[in-house]
Design a protein around this ligand. Structure first.
Ligand SMILES: *[C@@H]1O[C@H](CO)[C@@H](O)[C@H](O)[C@H]1NC(C)=O
Ligand SMILES: *[C@@H]1O[C@H](CO)[C@@H](O)[C@H](O)[C@H]1NC(C)=O
Ligand SMILES: *[C@@H]1O[C@H](CO)[C@@H](O)[C@H](O)[C@H]1NC(C)=O
Ligand SMILES: *[C@@H]1O[C@H](CO)[C@@H](O)[C@H](O)[C@H]1NC(C)=O
Ligand SMILES: *[C@@H]1O[C@H](CO)[C@@H](O)[C@H](O)[C@H]1NC(C)=O
Ligand SMILES: *[C@@H]1O[C@H](CO)[C@@H](O)[C@H](O)[C@H]1NC(C)=O
Ligand SMILES: *[C@@H]1O[C@H](CO)[C@@H](O)[C@H](O)[C@H]1NC(C)=O
Ligand SMILES: *[C@@H]1O[C@H](CO)[C@@H](O)[C@H](O)[C@H]1NC(C)=O
Length: 568
């Protein structure tokens, strides 16, 4: 496509140098080499937007490239369930709109994937991983998906995810769903992608789309972000709408991006965040309109800030007492220098004064979570099932859902349990609005929010920094925001361990790790700015290479001569 206007030379140089593209051809009339062309493994959305705007690249070619990349790796990794059959046509239409001068904003013509629990009003299915939940396309669309479409983003497809966002049964392997099979991460062979936004993490990491949406109830963005060497942002519950997302518990569910960089994630969040009349939790936002996430991308954001690096004695928390605890702590310790270079003062913060109080608190929090989690899941899933057209499929309520999961061979009921689904049928479960349920919620959310707020106050720190596996436990019940950034990988001394079913590698040398920033509710923008300052100093993502990469890349569509000055 021809560029719409000639650009001043300064702009050309800005484009070329920001892309790291073939400056030699402009200044010395030398031919470019393929190595000068950026890869979809690390190009930013802003850079893609510049290429689209300059006419070097069309959305159609970019979309086709992502489709080809999905095909390159999906037989091995099962990161994507379904590709939008209309994606190429939508991209062509957006190219025509751009040619007519109607392109607007950095997401215009940019393909993104969404987790399979986001309802999309198109020809794709929405199953939260379950074939039973998806007899026909959804009759509604998630508000954040609609917002992204309105910003010009292309909904490229559905990313694989733990079935029912991990709330199907106790022994389902992380990353597995009936609709998508077993997702694997790309850094260690057969590695767990973590869940439940597993395919979103893998897809964002390998550039199978420009970014991906995930959801978190307890760890489902934070953990796959860490394990797949990408940024994951779990907004405060209420910052982004959950309307049109198959729920687990609305008290905890939140929608957010997984992306190669904080800047890419911020572009998506700027579109996603805001009040939605269809999700009343968004009415609790403390802002007139949400602050800009992209405006918070400030290299100096950590200057003069104090961070509390959270320490857990190994005896304190059985959940975290993994085989590679020391190795993980060594990587965490190494982030200290980067945080300090970015301008922060880092102080050590002990999570609990004594081991007993730690175990008791975690036990109580999980106990209380189950009291409200089950009624919420029952009511929320039931309400979603009510949106399935009466004539479609066999699932019309929770009973017929359990029946379908039990009998449809694709749901592998003999391999993976579905006890959490069965429990929704218990006739003695409390109503979600009962005082016992509210009390359990207030207990769990109050204890964890009080703990986090207490640490911030007691140590006079602006945010906590901690390993992702701990952050999500502390942030789940109270809906606290968490920003996770790549921080490196387990070293050669790490041991290898597989999950109980021996399907996936849980931990091993080379396994990516994430540094999480967390603070009190509604501190989303501050955390994004801290994450950005750390990311820009540490640059850990680019230092870790996947063992498996898609074969198709920009070099097949961006010819080196394309950056000749005359064509720009
Ligand atoms: C949203 O509505 C639910 C159910 O009516 C209510 O319990 C909850 O407090 C409301 N939340 C907000 C933030 O208004
Ligand atoms: C960036 O952050 C620094 C330190 O907090 C602040 O002084 C400066 O005004 C910020 N810059 C912008 C453009 O917001
Ligand atoms: C972890 O390191 C501590 C000292 O730094 C050592 O005492 C302990 O044995 C190590 N544990 C493992 C499992 O390597
Ligand atoms: C990490 O640093 C803390 C002190 O800040 C120290 O106690 C601990 O031994 C270190 N752990 C490793 C594995 O280096
Ligand atoms: C909920 O937390 C309280 C402590 O605040 C505890 O006494 C109670 O046992 C917990 N409930 C469950 C079901 O674990
Ligand atoms: C999961 O639990 C079910 C029901 O108890 C059992 O039949 C199945 O073998 C278990 N599967 C795995 C992979 O452990
Ligand atoms: C609840 O289910 C049990 C069996 O699962 C049954 O015996 C009991 O009558 C049921 N109670 C009500 C109130 O329906
Ligand atoms: C687990 O799987 C690996 C790789 O397939 C295999 O080498 C190993 O023997 C298995 N371990 C067990 C306990 O079955």
């Amino acid at each position: 496509m021809a560029p719409t206007a000639l650009r001043p030379l300064q702009t050309i140089f800005k484009i070329v140098s920001s892309l790291g593209l073939c400056l030699a051809s402009l200044t010395q009339h030398k031919p470019c080499h393929a190595a000068d062309i950026p890869s979809l493994l690390d190009i930013s959305i802003s850079e893609l937007a510049l290429l689209l705007e300059s006419g070097e690249l069309t959305s159609r070619a970019l979309t086709q490239l992502y489709v080809d990349r999905i095909h390159d790796v999906n037989d091995d990794l099962h990161a994507v369930i379904e590709i939008n059959p209309d994606a190429i046509a939508i991209a062509s239409d957006l190219d025509r709109q751009r040619a007519a001068g109607h392109a607007s904003g950095p997401l215009f013509g940019i393909p993104i994937l969404v987790k399979d629990n986001y309802a999309t009003h198109d020809r794709m299915l929405t199953g939260a991983g379950s074939v039973c939940l998806a007899p026909v396309p959804a009759t509604l669309e998630a508000t954040v998906v609609t917002r992204l479409r309105q910003a010009g983003a292309i909904i490229l497809g559905k990313a694989n995810a733990d079935e029912f966002s991990g709330s199907r049964g106790f022994n389902v392997t992380g990353g597995w769903s009936a609709r998508g099979g077993q997702t694997y991460g790309a850094y260690v062979e057969k590695q767990t992608p973590c869940g439940s936004s597993s395919g979103s993490g893998v897809a964002a990491s390998l550039g199978l789309a420009a970014a991906a949406l995930g959801t978190e109830t307890a760890g489902s963005i934070t953990c796959p972000a860490a394990y797949n060497n990408v940024v994951g942002i779990k907004p405060s519950v209420g910052t982004t709408s959950r309307h049109g997302v198959v729920p687990v518990t609305l008290r905890q569910d939140t929608t957010g991006p997984l992306a190669q960089s904080i800047a890419d994630a911020a572009l998506l969040l700027d579109v996603m965040a805001g009040v939605d009349p269809l999700d009343n939790y968004t009415s609790a936002q403390p802002w007139d309109s949400p602050p800009s996430f992209t405006a918070a991308l400030n290299l100096s954001a950590l200057q003069g800030k104090r961070l509390g690096m959270v320490r857990v004695a190994s005896s304190q928390l059985a959940l975290l007492d993994g085989v590679n605890k020391n190795e993980t702590e060594a990587v965490l310790n190494a982030t200290r220098r980067h945080l300090e270079v970015a301008g922060a003062e880092v102080v050590d913060v002990a999570l609990f004064p004594d081991p007993e109080s730690a175990l008791t608190l975690i036990e109580w929090v999980f106990g209380n979570m189950s009291v409200y989690g089950l009624p919420d899941f029952r009511d929320g899933l039931g309400a979603y099932i009510d949106t399935i057209p009466a004539g479609a499929g066999t699932v019309h309520d929770l009973e017929t859902l359990v029946e379908c999961v039990k009998s449809d061979p694709r749901e592998l009921a003999s391999v993976y349990s579905y006890d959490s689904l069965t429990q929704t049928l218990d006739n003695d479960t409390l109503p979600a609005g009962s005082s016992e349920v509210w009390e359990a919620y207030l207990t769990a959310s109050g204890a964890t929010r009080g703990l986090v707020a207490g640490l911030l106050e007691q140590h006079q720190v602006d945010a906590l920094v901690l390993v992702s596996d701990l952050a999500y436990l502390l942030g789940a019940s109270a809906g606290l925001p968490i920003v996770t950034v790549p921080m490196g990988a387990l070293g050669e001394d790490a041991q290898t361990a597989r999950d109980p079913t021996n399907t996936t590698v849980q931990t091993a040398p080379g396994m990516p790790l994430g540094l999480s920033f967390m603070a009190d509710k509604w501190s989303d923008v501050e955390l994004v700015s801290y994450g950005y300052a750390y990311e820009q100093v540490s640059r850990k993502r680019e230092q870790l290479k996947p063992y498996l990469k898609p074969r198709h890349d920009l070099d097949s569509v961006l010819r080196p001569r394309a950056v000749d000055a005359r064509q720009l």
